[in-house]
Design a protein around this ligand. Structure first.
Ligand SMILES: NC(=O)c1ccc[n+]([C@@H]2O[C@H](COP(=O)([O-])OP(=O)(O)OC[C@H]3O[C@@H](n4cnc5c(N)ncnc54)[C@H](OP(=O)(O)O)[C@@H]3O)[C@@H](O)[C@H]2O)c1
Length: 217
């Protein structure tokens, strides 16, 4: 399975402001690129916090929908399953919602497709998430999660590519970043290779391949 992420960050690496409400950092050009990446994916995955901020379908814009290979899965990863279940998400015929959660959080009458992790610990392992998607035929996964889940994908060496839009903004403060979690020590820093960089207006569109561990080389 090819796994790629897409994130719009401020110059200081933040993905939102300290207020935490839903904001889009990028311009319409960034939005158009996001739309094309969504059109290339069989599944778009977010974490519970990102979904609570935007509990709506993740679909390409109408102009790109013809590129879809089928109805994309919209995957929400959540320990608590304390997420809004909006009619426009559950009832959108163009997507297939899927919730990945702990077995203990999953009620029998949950109104959407869901898988419960019954192993030890509260964290669903990234490998288990990918298994659930591979079983459903997913070959191209777009991760649109925040820094909590993105860190876990990086730590599991489960990301092939990262698309990062560097936006001409500074957020500061206690705001989530591209990768949060426990953080890496120097020897474990995840290293990436720049595959492409394009400037449009004041934004830089960067595409990286993840190549594993290692500080300065
Ligand atoms: N600028 C951008 O491109 C961009 C992209 C995405 C998000 N954002 C913003 O980033 C912020 C959210 O950041 P975040 O890092 O908190 O979001 P996140 O990684 O998308 O979501 C974190 C949540 O995901 C669930 N989760 C994480 N790891 C899990 C695991 N191993 N097993 C089960 N559940 C797990 C938990 O949900 P529960 O709490 O439900 O249990 C956790 O609270 C929001 O403000 C959002 O708008 C910005």
């Amino acid at each position: 399975m090819k796994v790629f992420s897409n994130t719009a960050i401020s110059l200081d690496g933040r993905i939102n402001t300290r207020e935490g409400r839903f904001h889009f950092f990028g311009t319409p050009r960034d939005h158009a690129r996001m739309s094309r990446l969504r059109a290339e994916a069989d599944a778009v995955l977010v974490g519970g916090a990102t979904f609570r901020n935007w509990p709506h379908p993740s679909l390409p814009d109408a102009v790109d929908r013809k590129l879809l290979r089928g109805r994309p899965w919209n995957v929400v990863v959540t320990r608590t399953l304390d997420v809004p279940l909006t009619p426009d998400f559950l009832g959108e015929a163009a997507i297939r919602p899927l919730f990945l959660t702990r077995a203990a959080s999953l009620p029998k009458d949950f109104p959407a497709e869901a898988e419960g992790w019954s192993g030890e610990g509260a964290h669903l392992p990234v490998g288990w998430m990918l298994e659930q998607l591979a079983r459903r035929g997913v070959e191209r996964l777009l991760v649109e999660a925040g820094g909590d889940l993105l860190f876990q994908f990086l730590a599991a060496d489960a990301l092939d590519e990262m698309h990062v839009t560097l936006c001409p903004l500074v957020a500061g403060g206690r705001a989530p970043s591209l990768a949060d979690g426990a953080g890496f020590d120097f020897a474990d820093l995840r290293r990436l290779r720049l595959l492409g960089a394009e400037q449009e207006g004041d934004e830089l569109f960067l595409r990286y391949a993840a190549i594993g561990k290692g500080g300065n080389r």
